[in-house]
Design a binder for this molecule. Structure first.
Ligand SMILES: Nc1ncnc2c1ncn2[C@@H]1O[C@H](COP(=O)(O)OP(=O)(O)OP(=O)(O)O)[C@@H](O)[C@H]1O
Length: 288
């Protein structure tokens, strides 16, 4: 992704959908044509007897940008962890492009085209912004060390490609000027952008975004919304957890609402956000 035939993103604002996604068009993990990008069925997990996710089902069609909303503690991030393979469900199935990934760990799921961001981005301090981009997803720094050890022309070529891709993504995210800076100097919003860039490095087909607007100033918020829209237009399926309803309204034609671990409502965003049950859940009432 973001390494299009045009030779990269010379101007971030012009980094269009064609440049955005080689990945979405290159069928890395070739999907069954009709299968949803993500299909979660009756998934549950309990922590110490408390059901954080309770028989939750959710379908995201290929190319869709679905919002996942709900009050604090509803189970949204836990659901992401179940989809990403960080947590194993007590019951239920998770399918990516038709493949049951229940037995696969997080790195296998990344290999199937799944990527995610975290609610609180934690860039590697002491490393530059560019170096952060080059750390394998999940922080597998060891891969870089091994690559150094086994250096060959092929490895060197792959590394050059990765650096090129990282630079294009930084351009796309307007972080190029900061490429050589220690990632610790980034603002909250810039950290969110770096997190997004790191997720895009693996050329995902399905992207899970956990509150990309949290702690972002209004000026940067517009830019992040625009970039997420561009990523989705490139063909990448997006599942977006967000409390910022402006972002949800602008990006998501459809939303799923969770409360107390369960699906509370689902449908067109403008209708769902007016649904009295949803309003009640946000005001602290328990779901019916
Ligand atoms: N590892 C864990 N151990 C114990 N309880 C957990 C764990 N992870 C989540 N929980 C609990 O599960 C419930 C759901 O939490 P989760 O973070 O998934 O909610 P959320 O909808 O993402 O909330 P928020 O919008 O505040 O991020 C909460 O009660 C939380 O305290």
């Amino acid at each position: 992704m973001f390494r299009g035939a045009h030779g990269g993103c010379k101007a971030a604002a012009r980094c269009d959908a064609a440049a955005v996604s080689a990945a979405a068009k290159e069928p890395k993990a070739r999907a069954e044509a009709s299968a949803p990008a993500l299909d979660v069925r009756d998934v549950s997990i309990a922590f110490g007897g408390m059901k954080a996710v309770d028989a939750m089902s959710l379908v995201v069609e290929a190319g869709e940008l679905l919002g996942l909303i709900g009050p604090n503690g509803a189970g949204k991030s836990t659901l992401f962890n179940l989809v990403a393979g960080v947590l194993r469900p007590d019951a239920g199935t998770v399918r990516l492009a038709g493949h049951d990934v229940g037995r696969e760990d997080a790195s296998r799921r990344i290999g199937r085209g799944l990527a995610r961001t975290f609610q609180i981005p934690r860039p590697f301090g002491g490393m530059s912004v560019l170096e952060n981009m080059l750390v394998a997803p999940g922080g597998q720094v060891g891969e870089g060390l091994l690559a150094n050890f086994l250096r060959s022309r092929e490895v060197a070529r792959q590394e050059r490609q990765a650096v090129e891709r990282a630079r294009e993504l930084l351009e796309f995210l307007q972080l190029s000027k900061l490429a050589g800076e220690d990632a610790r100097i980034l603002s909250g919003g810039q950290r969110k952008l770096l997190e997004l860039g790191r997720a895009l490095m693996s050329e995902p087909q399905v992207l899970l975004l956990d509150e990309p607007a949290a702690g972002v100033n209004p000026a940067l918020l517009d830019f992040i919304i625009e970039r997420i829209a561009e990523i989705n237009r490139s063909g990448i399926t997006v599942l977006l957890i967000e409390h910022n309803m402006e972002m949800v309204a602008r990006l998501c034609p459809r939303v799923m609402v969770m409360a107390a671990g369960r699906r509370l409502a689902e449908g067109r965003t403008e209708e769902i956000t007016r649904d009295p049950r949803v309003v009640e859940a946000y005001l602290g009432g328990a779901p019916a």
